[in-house]
Design a protein. Sequence first.
Length: 183
Amino acid sequence: MEHVKPLRADGQRNRERIVAAAAELVGRDGAQVSLEEIARRAGVGSATLHRHFPSRQALLEAVFRDGVAQLCARAAAQPGEDSSAELAAWLEELTVYTATHRGLAAALLTGPDGLSAEEICCTDMLLDVLNVLVARASAVGAIHARATAEDLMMLANAIAVANEGDPRAARRVLRLALTGIRP
């Protein structure tokens, strides 16, 4: 991994203002909000925004990373006693979270393009957790042997995209889908 120079204080403030403005505007208008509008709201120029975030995907990753990290931490804290229930509960939490955070599910479906080496990708964090949960559930025969973490991620995100802004419907549809993955 290459060495990354830490940001100066003013650069760090600009980055934080960009992420805060993006979070507000993405929450209001969705992930396709104008990058120019985000820069204006943050009080920076377009070049400054692009210096910090080379792509829309990289900016969305930064906006959603904290919430996704919290989801991942909750999964890691599970006791591992009922792997099927833990997998289902965590997928439900992920689906509801992404359905209520406009643009996140679509961003996660597109992959980590545009991220710099020092950034941790939300998609990778989620897949790391899902791989553990799927392995546990598979080991006890609690899910179909061909179900993969990637499949379940795609399922959860597709349901969240289809039910964006309606977490109750997202939860209901995921529960229906999950009854189909159990043997």
